[in-house]
Design a protein around this ligand. Structure first.
Ligand SMILES: [Zn+2]
Length: 282
């Protein structure tokens, strides 16, 4: 959990985050969470009555801090999406908990902020079509299952075939990248897939999961993407969306490293690239 505060500190130090562009989400309303999650699960998770098996699947120890963060982060993704609709581009310094399913948590994800935000936007009538473009190294399985019956929300996941989860769900579009894939091949896949999705879906907004676990040094990823490749991916996605005047909201997604400053620097890349894009929007 440490990385969230460190990311905000780093962006402040770099002069990217300041009082005039910082927005703080509050706790999500239960009605919003219920769009994506089963009331029994919401209640059991919140009140620490999940059984041992369910907690093991979630992969995180229950704590007051985890509950607080889990209730705020999905609202943060929704707020980020609303800001993107207003300003063209916006970044959430958390989010991307894409392994959370409707009635259970999994892989360090309790609530699925991407599904909550997509359903929240559709429910408010803010948009007609949402594209969730998930470039975390792991498949967005929870997002795929929660939104399976929602044709207005198109789920696309580009992930490493050998990574978690072992049993993949079915997104609207799944693109499997082979273990050890390097920058050139990966970037070509991302570019082709994004253009295909934008042409086909014609979304009113893109929710972009910019997971940094594609990085070659990530202990949980199996790809061979350099730091420069990571930056190129984020630039490519953000520039493609803004060039087509499609609002884009980013979430940080996965990223793991005992070297916290190095990890946080990787998560800051998408925000740096967003700032560059935003400056050009005028
Ligand atoms: Zn991941």
């Amino acid at each position: 959990m440490e990385k969230f505060a460190l990311l905000s500190e780093l962006l402040s130090q770099k002069g990217i985050l300041h009082r005039s562009n910082l927005f703080r989400p509050g706790r999500a309303r239960v009605e919003l969470m219920s769009l994506a999650h089963c009331p029994h699960y919401i209640d059991a998770f919140t009140h620490n009555s999940l059984d041992t098996k369910a907690l093991r699947r979630l992969g995180l120890p229950w704590s007051e801090g985890l509950i607080k963060r889990s209730w705020v982060a999905p609202n943060g993704t929704l707020l980020t999406a609303q800001l993107a609709l207003r300003h063209g581009i916006a970044c959430h310094l958390a989010g991307g908990t894409h392994h959370a399913h409707r009635d259970f948590g999994s892989g360090f994800c309790a609530f699925n902020d991407l599904a909550v935000a997509a359903l929240g936007l559709l429910n408010q009538g803010r948009v007609q079509r949402v594209l969730i473009f998930d470039c975390d190294v792991h498949q967005g399985d929870g997002t795929a299952t929660i939104l399976a019956e929602t044709p207005e929300a198109f789920t696309c996941s580009i992930h490493c075939d050998k990574n978690f989860p072992a049993n993949k769900a079915t997104s609207d579009l799944d693109v499997e990248v082979t273990k050890g894939c390097g920058d050139d091949e990966y970037l070509e896949i991302v570019e082709r897939t994004l253009n295909h999705c934008l042409d086909q879906v014609k979304p009113d907004i893109v929710l972009y999961d910019a997971g940094v676990d594609i990085y070659q040094g990530d202990p949980l990823g199996l790809l061979n993407i350099s730091l420069a490749g990571l930056r190129q991916r984020d630039r490519l996605v953000l520039e493609t969306c803004t060039r087509r005047t499609i609002p884009v909201a980013t979430v940080i997604g996965g990223g793991y490293d005992d070297d916290r400053p190095a990890l946080v620097a990787r998560h800051s890349i998408v925000v740096e690239e967003a700032q560059r894009c935003f400056a050009r929007l005028g």
